[in-house]
Design a protein around this ligand. Sequence first.
Ligand SMILES: Cc1cc2nc3c(=O)[nH]c(=O)nc-3n(C[C@H](O)[C@H](O)[C@H](O)COP(=O)(O)O)c2cc1C
Length: 199
Amino acid sequence: MGLLDKLFGKSSKEEGSMTTEKLNIGIILGSTRQGRVSPQVGEWVKDIADKRGDAKYEIVDISDYNLPFLGTTDGTEPGIAAWNEKLANLDGFVFIVQEYNHSITGALKNALDFAREAWNNKAAGIVSYGSTGGARAAEHLRGICGELKIADVRTHPTLSLFTDFENGTDFKPQSIHLDNVNAMLSEVVEWSRALKTVR
Ligand SMILES: Cc1cc2nc3c(=O)[nH]c(=O)nc-3n(C[C@H](O)[C@H](O)[C@H](O)COP(=O)(O)O)c2cc1C
């Protein structure tokens, strides 16, 4: 029995198992339109993430939840509860963000608005794309994250519609992005683990 176990008994063992437990990280596709490219980007991030073995990564597709436009229904659609349940079971997020009129999509904003506690005290990374790497949309998302108590990490891979896609549709990412994606994921996992202790 180690010194901490002798001093603190059971609680130190619980703490030990908590820190080694694998976290659940959702890779959230921010676009829902027909013909969207976000599934290609999300799968690429997931492939990189799965090779790390440091967390359980899954694609979370907003379009699977058929969320109504917030406030236009009585809120009993099963997708609303399912969306909150999914988020509640995640410890952190990677947002796949596309730039629409210099901001995030209406679908992502609506999905963000449809939950509150399920977002709180969790970490998130952002991977964005657009003509200027989706940077303007990503910065808008950072402001929203503050209100939802989501800790957005610094490292932010930005993909260009001109140099990382062929014809703006076929995703062919340049290899220089790989290090950035891994650095972002390291930050998300570290902060997700830290924030789990305050929930
Ligand atoms: C309504 C709309 C507005 C857009 N506005 C911008 C923009 O302001 N800046 C930009 O870089 N790209 C803009 N685009 C291009 C998108 O970034 C590009 O189509 C991207 O593939 C969209 O992501 P998605 O395919 O996952 O939907 C816009 C696209 C749409 C549909």
